[in-house]
Design a protein around this ligand. Sequence first.
Ligand SMILES: Nc1ncnc2c1ncn2[C@@H]1O[C@H](COP(=O)(O)OP(=O)(O)O)[C@@H](O)[C@H]1O
Ligand SMILES: [Mg+2]
Length: 145
Amino acid sequence: MEFISNSPEETIEIATRIGKKLKGGEIVAYRGGLGAGKTTFTRGLAQGFGVGDVVTSPTFALVNEYRKKDKCLCHFDMYRISNEDDLETTGFFDYMDGQTVLAIEWSENITGALPEETIFVDIERIDENRRKITVRGMDPEEMID
Ligand SMILES: Nc1ncnc2c1ncn2[C@@H]1O[C@H](COP(=O)(O)OP(=O)(O)O)[C@@H](O)[C@H]1O
Ligand SMILES: [Mg+2]
């Protein structure tokens, strides 16, 4: 499934639609460099999933947790993660509980730890304001209202 986004707002809108389809327990793995729009996308994802819309980069915390009622979304930054021990300290394995949604920036660094059912979100910068967003691993019928 491919989308072209022409602005951060459009990226949030696309991500919100996808977030609405999440049931809980999904692993959403981003691929795309600095400034691609991973954090922006997560803002929409969290909004659509229903855990709020104030999402900031987890760069220093490594993981930010967003909860509302029984829903939880964890937003990871794996930029500095290079081995399994590092990964374990983020709580990654504990959060894989079948209910928590994991949204993972720099998932390129933890490819070996990603389950087969992972939803990949590739964000490519076309120019300053345009992005090509490709979503894999999610049933297209399930994705759009
Ligand atoms: N279409 C777009 N989608 C998402 N971000 C965009 C877009 N166009 C421009 N931007 C800008 O790109 C930057 C993306 O930042 P961010 O979401 O933090 O990226 P990342 O988490 O991938 O490093 C922001 O400054 C945002 O305003
Ligand atoms: Mg980011």
